[in-house]
Design a protein around this ligand. Structure first.
Ligand code: HEC
Ligand code: HEC
Ligand code: HEC
Length: 227
């Protein structure tokens, strides 16, 4: 089932100068440390977020210090179960069937905003908005809409759990360390390919997010959001 993905990964290996170092998907290891909420106590809100907190790698603390400015985390941030499932439910959002962000009823849209802020670790709403005008379009608003459309709506954890922004962001806008190409590629394979899945049950491949032509600049080139 993961042949196509593996082939693509190997091809990527060639371009990143890591040819042949790709190992087959570690099914059992991946199953073991699946981030999905299955082992969380009874899906109850408090219990759920507490164990999600416990699972959060200590690394997040180090990177929190770097969230001012454009510094990248020392290590790319692994995927985790969302801590916002209960908060989302409270405002009437079921992650299993949500519309694009722009299609949410206005009341829900407003209530989801503080969750976006928290998931990205912004101090204020101005992480995405300009002061005093929530309607004025910004680059971060555009990115947020596309992240919602391409990642939150159609993707799942490998065992079918839903994703929200914090599943990848864990309280920080910056999640990738792009300095070490080989490590980044391994990260993409282990975290974004093998630990994530598609709601439509099709194979999860690099191309699911990067497109068939393997465009690495997703935001700029695939989503057409200039820097
Ligand atoms: C991660 C980015 C992000 C953050 C952080 C964020 N917003 Fe938004 N906000 C958006 C996007 C994107 C839209 C437009 C949604 C759409 O297309 O309708 C929006 C729309 C809104 C709107 C509706 C504007 C209108 O068209 O009437 C309000 C009000 C709003 N945000 C308030 C807030 C508040 C208050 C906060 C802080 C608690 C906040 N936002 C934080 C991304 C963000
Ligand atoms: C599948 C993982 C994933 C999910 C889910 C996800 N993101 Fe992202 N997001 C990323 C990655 C990877 C980057 C690039 C970060 C970097 O360069 O360090 C990013 C970058 C961003 C940026 C910064 C873009 C820039 O260039 O400045 C914003 C804003 C953002 N995401 C918002 C969101 C919002 C809002 C959500 C939820 C609706 C979300 N993301 C969900 C993976 C994800
Ligand atoms: C769940 C979606 C997703 C999957 C699956 C995925 N990636 Fe990514 N990848 C991203 C995002 C988002 C970025 C940041 C894009 C941006 O900055 O525009 C990124 C960035 C990259 C970059 C860095 C590009 C740069 O210029 O810094 C490389 C290399 C990469 N991915 C390789 C891969 C490979 C190889 C695979 C398959 C093993 C893969 N990705 C699978 C979402 C994904």
């Amino acid at each position: 089932m993961k042949h196509a993905a593996l082939a693509l990964a190997l091809w990527m290996g060639a371009f990143a100068g890591a040819c042949g170092s790709t190992t087959p998907p570690p099914e059992t290891a991946a199953d073991k440390d699946d981030f999905d909420g299955e082992s969380l106590p009874g899906g109850d809100a408090a219990g759920g977020s507490e164990s999600a907190k416990a699972q959060k790698p200590a690394k997040a603390e180090q990177t929190a210090a770097a969230d001012e400015g454009d510094e990248m985390p020392a290590k790319s941030t692994p995927v985790q179960a969302t801590k916002f499932e209960a908060d989302l439910k409270k405002i009437g959002i079921n992650l299993k069937k949500i519309p694009p962000l722009e299609k949410l009823p206005s009341a829900q849209k407003k209530k989801v905003m503080p969750l976006l802020q928290k998931a990205l670790g912004y101090d204020t709403c101005e992480g995405c908005h300009v002061e005093g005008d929530f309607k004025k379009e910004t680059r971060d608003m555009k990115v947020a809409r596309e992240m919602w459309r391409h990642f939150v709506v159609p993707l799942r954890s490998e065992s079918g759990g839903t994703l929200f922004c914090d599943s990848c962001h864990a309280g920080d806008e910056h999640v990738l360390n792009r300095k070490d190409k080989k490590a980044l590629q391994a990260f993409m394979e282990e975290e974004y390919q093998y630990k994530l899945a598609r709601a439509d049950k099709e194979d999860m491949e690099c191309g699911t997010c990067h497109g068939d032509a393997m465009e690495t600049k997703i935001i700029e080139k695939l989503w057409n959001i200039p820097k």
